[in-house]
Each structure stands twice: as structure tokens, then as C-alpha cells.
Design a protein. Structure first.
Length: 80
């Protein structure tokens, strides 16, 4: 549980509907994004709305290449 007493609530598929004070009050879905940036190498995770806007993130988040999303996004790319 967060130190301020709020609990993360799991939504469909076990993905939290509320994370670090980010309340799921809008009807828009969110996607967990995991990414990396170089020079120096950094890893970062963040939430994006369905229209791919980061939720409560600084503009520098755009420097990260998305490596994985939950749920998986179908970008129409090739698969193995």
C-alpha cells in the first residue's frame, strides 16, 4: 500500500486502475509502457492514454523508446 494510505485497485486483467494517485476517473483506457533511452542508458515505465499521451509525465518521456506495453499494442508491424 502506498505510504499515504491509498491502495492500488486491480481492474480487468489485474492491471491497477489507480496508481500513485492517478485515479481512473475518465472512461479512457491506459496502457503500461516500458522503455529505454540511451546516453546514458536509462529505463523507465509510464502510463499512456488510448491516444498515446503520457499520463502525468514530463516532456522528456518522449526520449524513451517503447520496448513493451501492457496490454500489448497491435501496431500492425511484423511478428516473428
Amino acid at each position: 500500500m502506498p505510504s499515504d494510505g491509498r491502495a492500488a485497485r486491480a481492474g480487468p486483467g489485474g492491471v491497477p486502475g489507480r496508481v500513485g494517485g492517478c485515479s481512473g476517473t475518465s472512461r479512457q483506457g491506459v496502457t503500461w509502457c516500458h522503455g529505454a533511452a540511451a546516453d546514458p542508458v536509462r529505463l523507465h515505465a509510464w502510463l499512456e492514454t488510448d491516444d498515446r499521451e503520457p499520463v502525468a509525465e514530463p516532456p522528456s518521456t518522449a526520449r524513451f523508446a517503447v520496448l513493451r506495453t501492457i496490454p500489448v499494442r497491435d501496431d500492425g508491424g511484423e511478428t516473428d
